[in-house]
Design a protein around this ligand. Structure first.
Ligand code: FES
Length: 255
């Protein structure tokens, strides 16, 4: 189905921790069609707002509402954090290809690093009957996001922090390796989103342990609809646009 461009109303926009905010928007025609891993291009309509639209993962979609989890780290997201209920934002979506939900009898293992939890909570909501495992990593305990949201979906949650302030002391990929040591690789599937070094490490683990994996990639996006080629990256099957053929890729496709 084709993405649509329209104006959505802000329902709420609140800080959940440190620089992280959750924005709830009412836009039924996007919310009802959205799949986990897809994203929207969002633009704030204000004179002082940067012109370009920005991509944001869909964090959750229920009924006519969709949620976006974002980190304030530049002028655009700071302006977004000031949006109030009933304000209007411009949206295009849902965009891109999301996660495949055809996992057969495999157990889903979600691996999320930092703000990488954003699309994975929506995935866990769709897989809530699968008794999956969510491994959440953060630099510190304060950077561990969405623990309760994963628990609500029935996933069991394990935490890793780089500084050891909570849970496993180390990277979330270390936690994944520990988990796979005692698991049957034929019965697992990895879904991941996070910073590039984490994704690289997951590629290595997936190939070594022969566990299939799907990863959501980040890229600088100008158009978000496959037109500018600004997000193209080389894969085993030639150049692919992260915004159009991705942002979710099978790990086997990646170089
Ligand atoms: Fe323009 Fe992907 S952002 S083609």
């Amino acid at each position: 189905m084709k993405p649509v461009q329209l104006t959505a109303r802000v329902i709420s926009n609140r800080r959940i921790a440190g620089p992280y905010f959750k924005l709830c928007l009412r836009e039924a025609s996007i919310a009802r069609r959205a799949l986990p891993g897809q994203f929207v291009m969002l633009q704030v309509k204000r004179e002082d707002a940067p012109f370009l639209r920005r991509p944001f993962s869909i964090h959750s979609a229920q009924g006519p509402d969709l949620e976006i989890l974002y980190e304030t780290k530049g002028a655009g997201t700071r302006i977004l954090s000031k949006q109030k209920p009933r304000d209007a934002v411009e949206l295009i979506g849902p965009l891109g290809n999301g996660f495949s939900l055809r996992l057969g009898s495999r157990r889903p293992i979600i691996v999320a690093g930092g703000i990488g939890v954003a699309p994975l909570v929506f995935l866990a909501q769709k897989l809530s009957n699968r008794k999956g495992l969510a491994l959440i990593g953060g630099r510190t305990a304060a950077g561990v996001l969405c623990e309760k949201e994963f628990q609500k979906t029935g996933f069991s949650v394990t935490i890793a922090t780089d500084d050891g302030s909570r849970g496993f002391h180390g990277r979330v990929t270390g936690l994944l390796e520990r988990e796979l040591r005692t698991a049957n690789p034929d019965r697992q599937i990895i879904y991941a989103c996070g910073p590039e070094p984490m994704i690289r490490r997951i590629c290595g683990i997936s190939l070594k342990d022969k566990v299939p994996a799907q990863v959501s990639l980040e890229a600088h996006m100008a158009c978000g609809i496959g037109a500018c080629l600004g997000c193209a990256m080389n894969t085993k099957h030639g150049y692919k646009r992260v915004c159009k053929e991705g942002p979710v890729f099978d790990i086997e496709e990646l170089l």
